[in-house]
Write a protein that binds this ligand. Structure first.
Ligand code: SF4
Length: 345
């Protein structure tokens, strides 16, 4: 059965609901607006007539919320990491990353993840369920409410593979983008994937305005297959073909993420393999030095090696950045906070 959480619906869908209750369409606009100006339950919607509010409640409609279980704030850089509890008591992470000019929110799309990438703390938790559209939208609302900081960018790089919960992720982006809601620009949203080809193709064909980032991990197929089980379903060669298709069709740049691990993918030979593989694509690279996770056989590379990798590609004209480590003092890697709390019971 479809959720009756009002935060799961677009404005048009809410209008259809009110029309089905023999109320004028504009009441749908008003309800939608209330969802983004602080209504926490149906009775908070002051301009909505009592009979409509009662009809909504009688039909099981409600407004969902997140419960903050843990909030960790970095003394180093102001990063705020939240552990939120959902209606069924499952927990997810969201991270607010303030920078000099802008603040980015890292959002989760699933509880846990089925992809089981060997280096990932979230993958180690296993897959519990997809988040609803409302639970995704709520992370944006709660992050702003709890920190008082205006979010400028959103990245789907939290727990889960967003393209395996694609319908809810897209719908949440469209709802946040609605002019009667937060009017949050699609251009300021990036969906980060391990390389789910059908959804990447849809992004190219539909020409959505939000950005695409793909985690490459290694340009050597055999190494990637060892670390990323999903590489069997969607191999590197297919991802590269799709990245070419996407950049040609949309005339947009694609972001390749390259988590870099000591002794696995950090050599100059690895950089050369990457360069060769990506020839002909309009791309940028985000080099992400790995944050060690307890129980994982992956370690952080030496910074000199990371810089040498970067320089080697820069010298060939590649736009490549090293991601600054954020929140190092508050369980940095995604899934770690949820894992820690789960372990402690
Ligand atoms: S890296 Fe991403 S896709 Fe892989 S297990 Fe972790 S959350 Fe899932």
């Amino acid at each position: 059965m479809q959720s009756r959480d009002l935060r799961c619906f677009t404005r048009d869908e809410i209008k259809e609901i009110v029309v089905s209750m023999e109320q004028p369409k504009y009441r749908g606009d008003q309800i939608f607006e209330w969802l983004f100006k602080g209504a926490e339950n149906i009775d908070d919607m002051k301009t909505i007539p009592k009979d409509l509010k009662e009809a909504l409640k009688n039909q099981g409609y409600y407004i969902s919320y997140l419960k903050t279980v843990k909030r960790a704030e970095s003394a180093i850089d102001g990063t705020v990491k939240f552990l939120f509890e959902l209606k069924d008591k499952l927990r997810i992470e969201s991270v607010v990353l303030p920078d000099k000019e802008r603040t980015t929110l890292c959002i989760s799309s699933q509880v846990g993840c089925a992809c089981a990438c060997a280096f990932c703390a979230t993958g180690a938790l296993g897959f519990k369920r997809d988040l609803t559209t409302g639970e995704i939208v709520n992370q944006f609302i709660w992050a702003q409410k709890e920190t008082g900081i205006k979010i400028d960018n959103v990245v789907f790089m939290g727990m889960g593979e967003p393209m395996l919960n694609w319908e809810n992720v897209k719908k949440a982006i469209f709802i946040l983008n609605d002019e009667k809601g937060f009017h949050f620009a699609q251009l300021r949203v990036t969906v980060s994937t391990i390389g789910i080809i059908p959804a990447m193709k849809e992004m190219a064909d539909k020409d959505y305005r939000f950005g695409l980032a793909v985690s490459i991990i290694s340009a050597v197929d055999e190494v990637r297959s060892r670390i990323v089980p999903m590489n069997k379903a969607y191999p590197l060669a297919e991802i590269v073909k799709m990245a070419k298709y996407y950049t040609t069709k949309t005339e947009r740049t694609i972001m390749f993420e390259y988590p870099i691990f000591a002794g696995i993918n950090d050599s100059i030979k690895d950089a050369d393999a990457f360069y060769k593989l990506m020839r002909g694509i309009d791309y940028k690279v985000n080099l992400i030095p790995y944050n060690s996770v307890t129980g994982k056989d992956f370690t952080k590379p030496e910074i000199d090696k990371v810089k040498a990798f970067q320089k080697h590609l820069m010298d060939k004209g590649v736009k490549i950045f090293i991601r600054k480590e954020k929140g190092a003092d508050i369980a940095g890697a995604c899934g770690q906070l949820a894992g820690e709390v789960e372990a402690k019971g």
